[in-house]
Design a protein around this ligand. Structure first.
Ligand code: 3HC
Length: 323
């Protein structure tokens, strides 16, 4: 179907009538499937977004993996292990959906491990306490749900279908995180202080998960037109803030934004400005854990080579036996 690699797509010179029919199909809310004709730019931006989404799922296991051996009880350890295992599955679903666009898993992996492809900035922050594991579930998975529920209606069929199952599992992730925060917030003073520090550390980086502001988002306009995105970055960010602030209040914790204030006129929370320099810096590779995360992924990939070779050899043997 597609022999082109990730980046040698030309695009933009397709016949106008084909482009018009494609857009009409999108406007009729028809799903685009792998074998359908699509503009090269549509294919390319899907590979970009979907592969980075999958990379985020895989890299996102690392900050949580840090606490498997230090979970405060067997129950917490089991829940955390189940969540991390889910994230691996989410990555595999989305990588498989991305491969339907004519790229290989090896190409995608290579893009990540050589630093060409991004993953969500949030995973470049450390998890310094057990409360951070609660804040990650509550805020990071909460933000992911806010972003992923609309993606269940994204125009590309395989991506949309992968999101439906992921969102069901994501809800468990968010609830277990909020439950950790609830136990801590209702615990001793030290525990509540630990929960507050975790909220302080993860609040702003979680807002950055929704991407740059709409005026600085280079892909949003086209992604909205192609119904890859159903809401803009700022719209989803605002929905997340509006839903999460009352949860923090219920915990008796303070959101670390002195400008946060309910606005009766708009029916939304007004909030302070995100530190976009921090956002850009972390994406550029200068976050607290960027290097550590890449080293861990490269090490895991190298150490896993024998498993891949054994699986491929097993498959080759099976094929020759069947021949
Ligand atoms: N971290 C890293 N890069 C980011 C970013 C972030 N938080 N936000 C935006 N960017 C990048 C974009 O990838 C793009 O760079 P690129 O051209 O090299 O790809 C650039 O900044 C400009 O941003 P745009 O808003 O123009 O880009 P998009 O239209 O792609 O919007 C997005 C960004 C909202 C993240 C969108 O890509 C998206 O919705 N992706 C799918 C969801 C996703 O990837 N979520 C990440 C977390 S997954 C997760 O949390 C798993 C959970 O189980 C824990």
């Amino acid at each position: 179907m597609y022999s082109q690699g990730l980046t040698d797509a030309k695009g933009g010179d397709e016949p106008a009538e084909l482009l018009a029919e494609f857009q009409a199909k999108i406007d009729r809310e028809e799903k685009i499937e792998p074998r359908d004709w699509m503009p090269e730019a549509y294919r390319k931006t899907l590979i970009r977004q979907m592969s980075q989404h999958a990379h985020s799922e895989i890299v996102g296991q690392l900050p949580e993996g840090n606490w498997v051996t230090r979970a405060p009880s067997l129950k917490r350890k089991m829940i955390l292990l189940a969540k991390i295992q889910d994230e691996a599955g989410h990555g595999l679903y989305i990588y498989s959906a991305t491969e339907t666009l004519g790229v290989t898993r090896d190409q995608l992996n290579d893009e990540l491990l050589t630093g060409k492809a991004k993953y969500s900035s949030i995973f470049n922050y450390p998890t310094l306490s057990w409360a951070d594991i609660g804040a990650v579930g509550w805020l990071v998975d909460g933000a992911a749900i806010m972003n992923q529920v609309p993606l269940c209606r994204t125009s590309y069929g395989p991506y949309s279908r992968s999101m439906i199952r992921i969102c069901k599992e994501e809800s468990f992730h968010q609830r277990q995180g909020y439950e950790i925060m609830t136990v801590l917030a209702r615990g001793s003073k030290e525990q509540k202080d630990m929960a507050q520090r975790a909220l302080n550390r993860f609040w702003w980086p979680s807002l950055m998960m929704f991407g740059p502001s709409d005026k600085d988002s280079k892909h949003s306009e086209q992604s909205m037109k192609w119904k890859i995105k159903r809401f803009t970055n700022d719209e989803l960010r605002q929905k997340f803030i509006d839903a999460t602030v009352p949860q923090a209040e219920h915990l008796g914790l303070t959101v670390p934004d002195p400008e946060l204030k309910w606005n009766e006129q708009t029916g939304h929370y007004d909030h302070g400005e995100i530190d976009w320099n921090e956002f850009v810096n972390v994406i550029k590779g200068n976050g607290p854990c960027n290097k550590e995360r890449m080293q861990a992924r490269i090490k895991a990939h190298e150490e896993g080579a024998w498993v891949r070779e054994a699986a491929q050899q097993y498959h080759a043997n099976k094929k020759s036996e069947a021949a």
